[in-house]
Design a protein around this ligand. Structure first.
Ligand SMILES: NC(=O)c1ccc[n+]([C@@H]2O[C@H](COP(=O)([O-])OP(=O)(O)OC[C@H]3O[C@@H](n4cnc5c(N)ncnc54)[C@H](OP(=O)(O)O)[C@@H]3O)[C@@H](O)[C@H]2O)c1
Length: 258
C-alpha cells in the first residue's frame, strides 16, 4: 500500500468546508489554521467584528481559503444566523467546530442571573441553534463532522467554574443525543475536552500572580505544565476527518495526565 494516498484518504480535508467558532484567537485560531493546513476551506468567527483578521491572514498567507464572520453567540438566534451566513459564504458546512464559550469564574454563591443566563446562552443555546441549523444539510449530503470543544470540567468539575462546568456537561450530553440520532446518516459528533491550555482566557490569573500561577500549573497535571493551542490540533483534525469513521458521541480528553 502506498503511504501517501492512504494518509490522504484518512486525513485529507480537501473539498470540505469548516466553520470554527471563536477562531479569532486561542484554541479556535489554531484549529482553524490546522483544518486549513489539511485542505479544508475555513470560515473563521469571532464575537467582535474584525477580530478574526489575524487568523484569516495567517490562513491566506499559507495558501488556504478563508471566509470570515462575526457575531455574539449570547444573542437570541445568533447560532442559527451564524450557520446561515457561513453556509452562504462557503456554499455549505461539512465540519462544524463549536469552540467559542463563555467562562465566568465563580463558586455557587457567585452565580447571579447574568452569569447563569450568559453561560446557558453561549455554551448551550447557541450550540443547539447551530446544530439544528446545520445537521439536516450534513445528513442530506451523507457526510458531516461536529467537533465540540468541551473541557475537563465537564467530567471533573472544579467549584470555581460551577456554571461553566455545568453547561459544558450539558453541551456534551446534547452532542451525545444527536450523535446517536445522526450516526446512521454519516454525521459524527464528538467532543474534544482540554485541560488547562495557555490562552487569553487564563491571562488575568497568569499575569496577576505569576508565581502562584506557576505553582498551580506545576501541580495541575502529570506533565506539570499547561498545554499549547497547537497541541489541540491533531485531535481536532482526526475528529474532522474520514479517519474518524467509527467513533461518535465520544470524548477525547487532553489534559497532560489528570
Ligand atoms: N484555555 C483553556 O485552558 C481551556 C481549557 C479547557 C477548555 N477550553 C475551551 O476551549 C475553547 C477555546 O478556549 P480559548 O481559551 O481558546 O478561548 P479564548 O482565548 O478566551 O478565545 C475565545 C474565543 O471565543 C470568542 N467568543 C468569546 N465570547 C463569545 C461570544 N459571546 N460569542 C461569540 N464568540 C465569543 C472570542 O471572540 P473575540 O476574539 O471576538 O472576543 C474568541 O474567538 C472554549 O470552548 C473553552 O471553554 C479552554
Amino acid at each position: 500500500m502506498s503511504v501517501r494516498p492512504f494518509a490522504d484518504k484518512l486525513f485529507s480535508l480537501a473539498g470540505k468546508r469548516a466553520l470554527v467558532t471563536g477562531s479569532s484567537r486561542g484554541i479556535g485560531a489554531a484549529l482553524a489554521e490546522g483544518l486549513s493546513a489539511f485542505g479544508a476551506q475555513v470560515v473563521v468567527h469571532g464575537a467582535k467584528e474584525n477580530s478574526t483578521r489575524a487568523t484569516r491572514e495567517a490562513i491566506e498567507k499559507a495558501g488556504g481559503t478563508c471566509f470570515s464572520v462575526s457575531g455574539d453567540l449570547s444573542l437570541a438566534h445568533a447560532g442559527e444566523k451564524l450557520i446561515e451566513e457561513a453556509e452562504r459564504l462557503a456554499g455549505g458546512i461539512d465540519i462544524l467546530v463549536i469552540n467559542a464559550s463563555m467562562q465566568i469564574n465563580g463558586e455557587i454563591g457567585d452565580i447571579d442571573d447574568e452569569s447563569f443566563d450568559g453561560h446557558v446562552a453561549v455554551n448551550l443555546r447557541s450550540t443547539l441553534d447551530m446544530l439544528q441549523a446545520c445537521l439536516p444539510g450534513m445528513a442530506e449530503r451523507g457526510w458531516g463532522r461536529v467537533v465540540n470543544v468541551g473541557s475537563i470540567n465537564q467530567i471533573r468539575p472544579k467549584p470555581v467554574v460551577t456554571m461553566y462546568a455545568a453547561t459544558k456537561a450539558a453541551q456534551h450530553n446534547l452532542i451525545q443525543s444527536l450523535a446517536r440520532q445522526y450516526a446512521p446518516r454519516g454525521v459524527l459528533l464528538n467532543t474534544l475536552a482540554p485541560g488547562l491550555v495557555d490562552t487569553d482566557r487564563n491571562a488575568d490569573r497568569r499575569d496577576g500572580d505569576p508565581e502562584a500561577w506557576a505553582a498551580y500549573v506545576r501541580g495541575l497535571n502529570w506533565m506539570g505544565r499547561a498545554g499549547t493551542v497547537d497541541e489541540m490540533v491533531g485531535a481536532a483534525v482526526f475528529l474532522s476527518s474520514n479517519a474518524c469513521s467509527f467513533m461518535t458521541g465520544e470524548t477525547i480528553v487532553m489534559t497532560g495526565g489528570y
